[in-house]
Design a protein around this ligand. Structure first.
Ligand code: HMG
Ligand code: MG
Length: 314
């Protein structure tokens, strides 16, 4: 470690020079919080994340407010942050009603969210897998007409709390459907954090074999079993350059009980900078943001890097 609280940079072979971090703390991180976080705190959180150098910050979801009460203030929040300079602010949109709401506020990037398993599709979207794909089709078509960037999330790519291990062919089928529909990029979700590095590489290889290029793929790891960083490294070795993470390791999914926090952005940045990979993120500012957010949530951040660096400062 250097004196400034940064890792010593020692590059490894065959890794990308730069990684784009897709920050999900304000959406995936907060959606599971039981007590309502005030809209102004969420807006400050997003502004601070932007000041830390993050350039893709998922802001909120235009879902049914009864399904995710914490994000019921999307209409109030989005206008407070939408003019942030140099920052893309994707929002989750499950259906045309959600798209109408997002478009009315000027959103320029959306994400639809599918499931590789029937159980989670039912729990999260009240639809079968194919019914949810049918629900997304007009959303993606309209978004493309409006020249809006569409990300397609796919949950339960590795294991599912009701169905157990998920066959790779099942994941590939839904990925292909999302891309064929017109999604610009996919994010492969390990919703309950059960993936291991060999499984990650096997899925990426199977997707390539089915014609999906690696540069259309991002990875989205939850850290339930402490595998998120190892899985990320496996994905980087395969050529993936988009990695989802949540500041401070906030997170979970209200409709998958065994999901814990996402990979912490600080832990990711520590590893990437240690590998000499550029992210554009100022780690010190990001840690300070997560310490600030942890104070609002009245519990310490689960991120090891946040704990180590904030302890060092105090
Ligand atoms: P439904 O109950 O089947 O809805 O829910 P519906 O289509 O039957 O409509 C019922 C009523 O809801 C109607 O109103 C609609 O207008 C209204 P009524 O006519 O009865 O007055 N409605 C809406 N209102 C506001 N905004 C909307 C909306 N849509 C319908 N967008 C629905 C279906 C998809 C809406 C519901 O299941 C839902 O909102 N689900 C969202 C669940 C969610 O957000 N989960 C967390 C995100 S996914 C995740 O975290 C995983 C991820 O991180 C990756 C990973 O880790 O794997 C992305
Ligand atoms: Mg998630």
């Amino acid at each position: 470690m250097t004196a400034a609280g940064l890792p010593m940079a020692v590059p490894a072979q065959d890794l990308p020079a730069r990684v784009r971090i897709h920050e999900v703390g304000a959406r995936d991180g907060l959606q599971n919080e039981k007590s309502a976080v005030p809209t102004e705190i969420k807006a400050d959180f997003i502004r601070r994340l932007a000041e830390s150098g993050l350039t893709t910050i998922e802001a909120t979801s235009f879902v049914h407010p009864k399904w995710v009460p914490q994000l019921a203030d999307a209409e109030q929040l989005f206008p407070r942050v939408r003019d942030l300079e140099g920052v893309a602010l994707p929002v989750l949109v499950p259906n045309e009603r959600g798209l109408d709401r997002a478009l009315a506020l000027g959103a320029r990037r959306i994400a639809v969210f599918a499931s590789a398993t029937e159980s989670f599709a039912k729990a999260n979207l009240n639809r079968t897998v194919d019914e949810s794909l049918a629900m997304f089709e007009p959303v993606v078509a309209r978004a493309k007409e409006e020249k809006i960037h569409v990300r397609g999330y796919l949950s339960m790519c590795f294991g599912d709390p009701w169905e157990g291990p998920v066959p790779i062919a099942q994941v590939v089928r839904v990925c292909r459907a999302l891309l064929d529909m017109g999604c610009h990029e996919l994010s492969l979700g390990d919703t309950i954090g059960v993936a291991t590095p060999g499984h990650v590489q096997a899925l990426l290889a199977a997707l390539n074999e089915s014609g999906v290029p690696t540069d259309a793929l991002g990875v989205h790891f939850h850290d339930t079993y402490g595998q998120a960083l190892a899985n990320t490294l496996a994905a980087l070795q395969h050529g993936v350059t988009t990695v989802d993470a949540s500041a401070g390791g906030l997170g979970g999914c209200p409709y998958a009980k065994s999901a814990t926090g996402n990979l912490a952005t600080e832990d990711l940045v520590w590893m990437l900078h240690g590998l000499g990979i550029e992210t554009g993120v100022d780690l010190g500012r990001l840690v300070a943001t997560s310490v600030w957010m942890a104070a609002h949530l009245s519990r310490p951040s689960p991120s090891r890097t946040v704990r180590a660096l904030s302890h060092k400062e105090s």
